[in-house]
Design a protein around this ligand. Structure first.
Ligand code: NAD
Length: 383
């Protein structure tokens, strides 16, 4: 056991079916005018947005809307959001949605400036390490997260991912002020998530729990949390896909996502995340969880020999007799049941895209640097 470790999770968590109602009591603590960041107001989350607006109005909070967030959100979206926030002189930012909305709302709050000016270079150069301390900015606004998917853990991480579509890159920014002040995790909001999104997001939660467990920054606390999250996803993800309206399955997945997010924010991710982000940067049409599913079979073969003890521990927890091969098979079985094993076919990568992915400069910078093994993992994942 590590005798010395750090654990940090500053976000106030309001978890459970029906907890969205708490928004009317929580929100006024952060001011009287908010920017609601969301997917299009008339889209699949229409009824949730109506409820949120009603709750805010009942608490006498004025609402400015920014509903143009797209999956794999972009730099341009953040710039527009900051402009709307500054024009409306809002007191706080509220994000209601999946990881794409939460990450965008986080960045709008962090990078807020009264004149709407963003200094991206400074952000990219200073907010680039998950565990470095960087002092708070002068104008940052408080941020409240309401998650509507179970996967990214964004409601309890210090990270936000955006796409630079000109450079074809996905970039992760880290700052302690990217931890939301409050996270509302209400599984009732997740019963409308379509099967494909449930699968991709649920597997994302699995990867956060598993990869942080494989790393060197675990603690007795995160190890327990990771194992529980892994088991919850393995047991409940296939069931939630079959019965999307079942609140018990949705609650278990939302809890797994939250546990895994806390593990990720304290332990970090492993190789599949940068590999997945290379694919997602070049092909923003592919969902984050699908890019992870593409690289996982090859990653498992590679990592099983590097971290056999960790594989044995996870296998043992799942009742697989301390057998690393059985764990890999179990994870591949999860990919099959959830149809994520077809992610590569669904991606329909063109020859040019495959070439861009395999010659991406980041591949040679990943540990172990300049390794043929990393290229081979990527090759096996996309060819
Ligand atoms: P998403 O937010 O892109 O949502 C996917 C789709 O599901 C969208 O069309 C959305 O409108 C829809 N949707 C969301 N909630 C719904 C609901 N309740 N009912 C019906 N439809 C719903 O997907 P995501 O996987 O949650 O987020 C992905 C983003 O999060 C990526 O950009 C990824 O890189 C990022 N990410 C961030 C972190 C972090 O720590 N900040 C971690 C992992 C991934």
């Amino acid at each position: 056991m590590n005798k010395s470790f750090n654990f940090f999770t500053p976000t106030q968590l309001l978890f459970g079916p029906g907890r969205l109602e708490d928004l009317k009591d929580i929100a006024p603590k952060y001011g009287s005018k908010c920017l609601l960041v969301s997917r299009p107001l008339q889209g699949s989350l229409k009824s949730t947005y109506k409820r949120v607006e009603k709750l805010l109005n009942s608490a006498n909070i004025e609402v400015a809307f920014f509903d143009e967030i797209i999956p794999n959100p972009t730099i341009e979206g953040i710039e527009k959001g900051v402009k709307i926030a500054s024009k409306n002189k809002v007191d706080f930012v509220l994000g209601v949605g999946g990881g794409s909305v939460l990450d965008s709302a986080k960045l709008i709050a962090l990078l807020y400036h009264p004149e709407g000016i963003i200094t991206w270079e400074k952000a990219f150069n200073s907010y680039n390490h998950p565990f470095n301390y960087v002092a708070s900015k002068k104008h940052t606004l408080p941020f409240i997260a309401v998650s509507t998917t179970s996967g990214t853990g964004s409601q309890c991480t210090q990270a936000a991912v955006i796409s630079d579509n000109k450079k074809k890159e996905k970039i992760t920014l880290f700052h302690l002020d990217l931890f939301p002040k409050v996270a509302i995790v209400d599984p009732e909001l997740m019963t409308s998530v379509p099967a494909g999104v449930t699968a991709a997001t649920g597997f994302d939660a699995f990867t956060h729990a598993f990869e942080s467990y494989l790393g060197g920054r675990t603690s007795p606390l995160t190890r327990q949390m990771s194992l529980e999250a892994i088991e919850l996803v393995v047991e409940n993800l296939p069931k939630a896909i079959q019965k999307p309206k079942n609140i018990e399955y949705r609650t278990q997945l939302a809890w797994a996502d939250t546990l895994a997010g806390m593990c990720l924010s304290n332990g970090g991710a492993d190789l599949p995340h940068p590999l997945g982000e290379i694919i997602g940067g070049i092909c923003p049409r592919i969902a984050h969880g699908e890019t992870l599913a593409m690289v996982y079979p090859s990653f498992l073969k590679y990592k099983k020999n590097i971290a056999p003890d960790k594989f044995k521990e996870v296998a043992s927890f799942l009742g697989l007799k301390k057998d690393p091969d059985k764990l890999s098979l179990k994870i591949e079985e999860l990919l099959k049941i959830t149809e994520l094993s077809y992610a590569r076919e669904r991606a329909e990568l063109t020859k040019e895209e495959k070439n861009e992915i395999l010659t991406h400069p980041l591949l040679s910078k990943l540990e172990p640097k300049n390794s043929n093994e990393i290229i081979a993992i990527m090759e096996e994942s996309i060819i």
